[in-house]
Design a protein around this ligand. Structure first.
Ligand code: MEV
Length: 312
């Protein structure tokens, strides 16, 4: 094949970020509102990367792209890819905003290489490569981003145990808003690890409470009770704030959403910037919330009906 292409969407964590690193369950889904397209083909002179944050020879890629260069190294070794190659990355996922852009870029590239080499890209095989890249990007990833993004359905995920498909089918809409401020997942995960060392009793109790809230949210979804899901989201946000993962930009958008009839609101992903999510009882309210959040300073917003997965 002369050219290989691969696509990956972003992801949204509904409940369970950070506590998932400590073995608690989390609910996440691939987010079709954003995505990354990777294209790979042979090149003449040297291996080349074309992307919005870097374009130039692979050998000169900045250290911030180490997850990509490490991934390519594994893929080259495994597939004996013909070098030099030309790799193009086109993304509509805002980088470092808790939407899983690092996992998505890795999934898109891996799928493109599998396509180029005409090998079926099963989720298991893709994950094998993507997890290596994620370890570089995140330090101590739970694996939730890579697992969600390499799949097609909402999942209930538990580190070390794996995932199960999860019917995220509820009469409600989720509004996603980007603060426009870069999140700091790696740093936030590290700082929580430090807190865990200093105050193990208190912090592990908070992690368990976050895990319980994910369980309650799961029940609320199964019973189609948006108000209860909203309460779970609010309680999770209070704990995430205590753990130092929120910031004033997130708090401002979350408060604005709650003042405007959101059923619940919280950060999503690593936090300290990045995106927040708000639950709306119907599409009209959801679209109103989008406008209000944009007026309140959000860089961008999306809306997703939680019933859409019913027939996947
Ligand atoms: C990042 O999307 C989610 C975190 O829980 C980190 C991880 O699970 O690896 C913050």
């Amino acid at each position: 094949k002369s050219i290989g292409t691969g696509y990956a969407s972003g992801k949204i964590i509904l409940m369970g970020e950070h506590s998932v690193v400590y073995g608690e369950p989390a609910i996440a889904f691939p987010f079709s509102g954003t995505g990354i397209q990777a294209t790979i083909r042979a090149n003449k002179l040297e291996s080349w990367i074309e992307s919005s944050f870097f374009h130039g020879p692979l050998s000169e890629a900045p250290t911030t792209m180490r997850n990509v260069t490490v991934l390519l190294w594994y893929l080259v070794k495994h597939f004996k890819i013909p070098e030099p190659f030309y790799l193009k990355i086109e993304s509509s996922i805002p980088a470092e905003r808790g939407m899983g852009s690092s996992a998505a870029v890795a999934v898109a590239i891996t799928r493109a290489v599998f396509d180029w080499m005409e090998e079926p890209a099963t989720q298991e095989k893709v994950l094998h490569f993507v997890n290596q890249a994620e370890a570089v990007a995140h330090g101590n990833p739970s694996g939730i981003d890579a697992t969600t993004i390499s799949g097609t359905e909402p999942i209930l995920y538990q580190k070390g145990i794996g995932f199960q498909p999860f019917q995220l089918n509820m009469d409600a809409f989720l509004v996603v808003a980007d603060t426009g401020v870069k999140g700091q997942t790696r740093k936030a995960v590290k700082d929580i690890a430090k807190l865990m060392e200093l105050r193990p009793y208190e912090i592990s109790k908070q992690m368990r409470t976050l895990g319980k809230l994910t369980g309650q949210a799961q029940q609320a979804i199964l019973q189609n009770r948006p108000q209860i899901l909203g309460d779970c989201m609010n309680q999770a946000q209070s704990l995430l704030r205590l753990l130092g993962t929120s910031n004033r930009h997130l708090d401002h958008l979350i408060e604005t959403a709650l003042e405007n009839q959101a059923l619940g609101a919280k950060l999503t992903g690593g936090g300290r910037g990045g995106c927040m999510i708000a639950l709306a009882e119907n599409e009209t309210r959801g679209r109103q919330l989008q406008r209000i959040l944009l007026d309140a300073g959000a860089r961008n917003t999306w809306i997703e009906g939680l019933g859409v997965y019913a027939h996947v």
